[in-house]
Design a protein around this ligand. Structure first.
Ligand SMILES: Nc1ncnc2c1ncn2[C@@H]1O[C@H](COP(=O)(O)OP(=O)(O)OP(=O)(O)O)[C@@H](O)[C@H]1O
Ligand SMILES: [Mg+2]
Length: 341
């Protein structure tokens, strides 16, 4: 359904006075089969949106080729656009029209009848928990409601291939859960293929058949969440030591059973094979040497641990530390597929 080879996107940006070239996407190959739900993960600035914008024809690849739904993203961009639904990270640009009218117009742009668009629109408003908002203008909606309206727009023409760029950012837990259910239904009932980016690791975990991790413009892993986690051995043990002066002693104790060790403030963390067996002995040892713990946590590997193992950085730290140059505008085409033609 999606096949890309050697996709590259470079942007010219300024850093202070100097002009630099950012290789936002640096040689991406990817294959997504029909009916797959793929979660595209990576820290801020990794190249997720840029990849999506190339696949949805909004940005012409600097190098490389891609076909989406059987069409070439450069030579057959109109066919690609007709075959997909896309919800951009930024959301759509709204007119002052009422939400329902805008949704219906949007559907009609994709060639479905007014009657169909109205029916389907009402159904989506219901499913995404926007009842009663059909006649409101987006200006009168909350951020989360607008985000859900973006999603309605992306799905109005019943696409069987959907690109969602952080669809749940800004949604409350209830709305997120609704959307998850909707995405699961899309696949189950319609065999839809879904390619989504998210910062919520639990979300990627629950929804995706396969996880792709991108870092600094390159795909560094692509497998099921289970397989990715299985490649990491051991559980994460996190000790919070009450008395700061005993942190070093606690670290030494943990080190005797752990494969890796990290100290941060009052916390001592390590990856411990078969923690269930090893931890009781550790606790006895700490007790014997008079080290008091504020807390102890043991957890199975997560996708964040996968990222940490692959890159030496935590996905969360990578995000906190992410920085980017001041972009010069290199926009080539408008941001919404279909909406403004
Ligand atoms: N129009 C642009 N002009 C210049 N640089 C850009 C432009 N768009 C993106 N970049 C740069 O390309 C890199 C990748 O950006 P991209 O938006 O693809 O990241 P992302 O993975 O979607 O991040 P986020 O999680 O923050 O949405 C970043 O360094 C970004 O600053
Ligand atoms: Mg993005």
């Amino acid at each position: 359904m999606i096949h890309a080879r050697g996709l590259v996107q470079t942007f010219k940006t300024r850093q202070g006075r100097e002009k630099v070239e950012v290789r936002a996407v640096d040689g991406v190959d990817l294959d997504v089969e029909e009916g797959e739900v793929v979660g595209f993960l990576g820290p801020n600035g990794a190249g997720k949106t840029t990849t999506l914008r190339m696949l949805t024809t909004l940005l012409r690849p600097t190098e490389g080729t891609a076909t989406v739904a059987g069409y070439d993203v450069v030579k057959q961009s109109q066919d690609v656009r007709r075959s997909i639904g896309y919800v951009s990270q930024a959301g759509g640009a709204y007119s002052y029209a009422r939400a329902g009218d805008e949704v219906v117009d949007h559907g009609m742009l994709y060639g479905i009848s007014k009657k169909q668009a109205t029916e389907r629109g009402h159904q989506l408003f219901e499913q995404l928990d926007l009842p009663g908002l059909w006649k409101r203008t987006p200006k009168q909606m909350s951020g989360g409601q607008k985000r859900r309206l973006d999603i309605v727009m992306g799905l109005i023409h019943d696409p069987t291939l959907v690109f969602l760029d952080e669809p749940t950012t800004g949604l409350d837990p209830q709305a997120r859960a609704n959307l998850w259910e909707h995405i699961a239904d899309l696949r189950r009932e319609r065999g839809a293929t879904v390619f989504l980016t998210t910062h919520y690791l639990d979300e990627a975990d629950v929804l995706s058949d396969r996880i792709m991790i991108i870092d600094q413009g390159r795909i560094i892993a692509s497998d099921t969440s289970e397989n990715l986690k299985a490649a990491i051995s051991g559980d994460q043990v996190d000790l919070e030591v009450a008395d700061y002066s005993r942190v070093t002693d606690a670290a030494a104790a943990l080190n005797s059973i752990a494969d890796s060790l990290e100290v941060e403030g009052h916390h001592v963390r390590g990856r411990v094979p078969r923690a269930g067996r090893a931890v009781p002995g550790l606790l006895r040892e700490l007790d014997r040497t008079g080290i008091t713990l504020e807390s102890i946590e043991v957890h199975r590997p997560t996708l964040d641990d996968v990222f940490l193992t692959l890159t030496g950085r935590s996905l969360r730290d990578a995000e906190a530390g992410a920085e980017s140059g001041q972009p010069e505008s290199t926009e080539q085409q408008p941001e919404t597929v279909g909406a403004d033609q």
